[in-house]
Each structure stands twice: as C-alpha cells, then as structure tokens.
Design a binder for this molecule. Structure first.
Ligand SMILES: *Cc1c(COP(=O)(O)O)cnc(C)c1O
Length: 361
C-alpha cells in the first residue's frame, strides 16, 4: 500500500471522506442540465471565495496547475507586451519558461532562495513601459509568500495587467481579487482544494476576458475563448475530468457550509501556527520569515533534509515534501493543507522528536 501514510506534502494532499466517497462512484455522463447546474455552482462559489470583481468568469481546465499557467500566458499576452516575472524558485522559473515558449517579451526579477520581494527590487522597474506582471503569490518550492499589497500598488501605478498564480495559496492565505486588482487568478484541484490532481481553475476579470477574446493563443485545447463560451451554459469544450469536478463541488459546498472561505483560512492558519510553535523545540531553522499558511519550509541544522524525508517515509509512515532544484539536502517542506488535524501535527512532531532521540536529527 503506498497510500497508507500520513500526508504532509503540498499536493496531492489528503481528501476528506465526502470527497473520497465520490471518487468511488461511477462517473456520470456530463452533457446534461444537472451537470451544468453543478458547474454553475462551482463557478459561483469560486468567484465568492476569491472575492472576484463584478463580471469575472471562471474557466475549469482539465490539466494540472501548469495547464492554467500556460493558458493564462498564451491567452492574455502577445509579443507586443512586456512583462515582469517574479522568479523566487521553480514555479517562478516556470512562468519564465512559458513566456519564452510563447514569445512574450519579459524581464525576470530573480530572488534569492527563501527571500521575499522587496519594494526596492520591484520599484527598480517603475515607469519602464512594462504592460504586465506574473507572480506565484506563494512560491511553493521555497515556502515564501510575497506581499500582495506591494505588488498590487505597483501594478496599479504602472497600469500592469496582473496574473496571480495562487495555486498553493488559495484557501490558505487571505486573498481579495477585486481588492488587489488582479486580472487573472489561478488555482488547482490538488492543493488546498484537497481533491485529486487533474483540474486547474482560472478566474478572469472583464479586462482579461477582453484580452482573451481578441487574442490568438496558437493552440486549441488551451484557447480560453472556447472555455468562456461553453462556460456560459455550464459546460466545457471537451470532456473534462468529470469526477474531479464533482469532488470540487462537494469540497466548495463543504467550505461554504462551514462558514465560508475566511473560516477555512483560519483553520489552515491554526494548523500552521500549532506546528511552527512546536517545531521550535527541535534543531531546525525556518527557511523564510515570510511564510504562507500552506507550507513550512525547514532547514535541518545538522543532517541532510532528504534523509529526514526518507526516514519519515520508511520508518514512521509519514510523507513530508522533499525539495528539488539542488536544494534536496538543505530544505524539506511540511504542508498544512488537506484533511489534517492538530492530532496529525502531534504525530509528526513525535516522530521528529523520536528521530532526535535516536541522533538522526
Ligand atoms: C503546485 C503549483 C503549481 C502547479 O503545478 P502542477 O504540478 O502543474 O499542478 C503551480 N504553481 C504553484 C505556485 C504551485 O504550488
């Protein structure tokens, strides 16, 4: 059994029983008024939880988060644009690669591992004719949460079209799409939505919809014109991951019934704060002082991070998240998203305390 572990990774994460039970059901035919109704409800709740502006629309893409990152880049920009990309790790680098593939002129602000974006770094690009900005508001690879107010103010001042990848931050950190003036926001099914991977979600404000309608993305599957027009009747242009869309519906309704998005964010924040308070007793350093509630990135003081990941998996039946990008020995990450409890935190802390006793930390 490879699923018999307590999962503290950053995705796929643990799903609640209601979502898991849906995964056991037959997948229904979807060109029906009933499925359209469910999709309309998904759209309504996504707009509400993202605090999206009037007139915003939602596209449900079958594909992991990167599919929606690519759709946003290809549909919202042209070679006439000049975009700024915040690159603080592997997801920022992915936006850079996508801009290259789609021939979007761009300039990259490269940050040091674990460091947030400062006002000084950003305002070096003030008044220089940029037209857009791409940011992963939580750079999941290092656990750094950027200051959305700083970015929002800069984009307003420079009239930049703002794309926010909040794939790992949605439902974990406060986000107000209308308030911060983001034109596009992206999330995915396997992070805090805690469903299986396979669906990503793009919210487009009215300006973003105009850009989509007048642009040619040079591909068909990710052409958001088709997604927008089919979405008007609660449908998708091609067969979507129907089962996951049903699971997303159950999860969104559950969040709504439990007090809405703000309560869910508080729940995740409480889990993160509990873990961070208790891990201080053990020989770790926090990688960042600007953390999302979604993830705690840890640097072990004495041993390889990757050895900790392996021992937790093989000897304690607990998954935490290893790092790539040449940081495997320096950093590992503990997620606070998905179906987790304070008792689960206790199990992880006890496992780490036991490793410490065994001189493995
Ligand atoms: C998980 C994640 C993605 C999407 O990755 P996929 O593997 O394509 O789902 C994109 N951006 C961020 C910030 C993420 O955390």
């Amino acid at each position: 059994m490879i699923t018999d572990k307590l999962n503290f990774t950053v995705g796929p994460v643990q799903s609640c029983p209601a979502v898991r039970e849906l995964g056991n059901e037959q997948v229904p035919y979807f060109r029906t008024p009933e499925f359209s109704e469910l999709m309309k409800e998904n759209e309504r709740l996504m707009l509400k939880f993202a605090k999206a502006p009037q007139g915003a629309r939602v596209c449900f893409m079958t594909g992991s988060g990167t599919a929606s990152m690519e759709a946003a880049v290809a549909n919202c920009f042209t070679p006439q644009d000049k975009v700024l990309i915040i690159n603080g790790g592997s997801f920022g680098h992915r936006f850079q690669q996508l801009a290259e593939v789609h021939n979007i002129p761009h300039t990259v602000i490269r940050l040091e591992t674990g460091k947030t974006l400062t006002r000084e770094q950003l305002y070096r690009y003030d008044g220089q004719g940029f037209t857009g900005l791409l940011v992963n508001i939580h750079e999941t690879s290092t656990g750094v949460l950027y200051d959305i107010d700083l970015i929002s103010e800069f984009c307003r001042k420079n009239s930049l079209f703002l794309v926010v990848d909040s794939i790992s931050s949605f439902l974990c950190d406060r986000f107000n799409m209308a308030g911060c003036g983001a034109n596009v926001m992206i999330t995915g099914s396997q992070k805090a939505l805690a469903c299986p991977p396979g669906i990503s979600i793009i919210i487009l404000d009215t300006l973003a919809q105009q850009r989509v309608m007048s642009n040619n993305p040079g591909c068909m599957y990710l052409d958001l014109k088709l997604a927008l027009s089919n979405g008007e009747r609660g449908q998708t242009p091609f067969t979507p991951a129907v089962g996951i869309l049903r699971q997303i519906n159950a999860r969104l309704c559950q969040i709504e019934n439990n007090g809405g998005v703000d309560s869910e964010i508080e729940r995740v924040a409480a889990l993160a704060n509990d873990f961070r308070k208790r891990i201080k007793e053990l020989p770790f350093e926090f990688v960042s002082n600007s953390m999302s509630n979604a993830v705690t990135s840890l640097h072990p003081k004495n041993v390889s991070a990757f050895s900790i990941v392996t021992i937790l998996k093989d000897e304690y039946d607990i998954w935490v998240c290893p790092n790539g990008d040449g940081l495997a020995d320096q950093i590992f990450r503990v997620g606070h998203i998905g179906y987790l409890s304070i008792e689960d935190n206790t199990r992880l802390i006890n496992a780490l305390a036991d490793m410490y006793k065994r001189n493995l930390l």
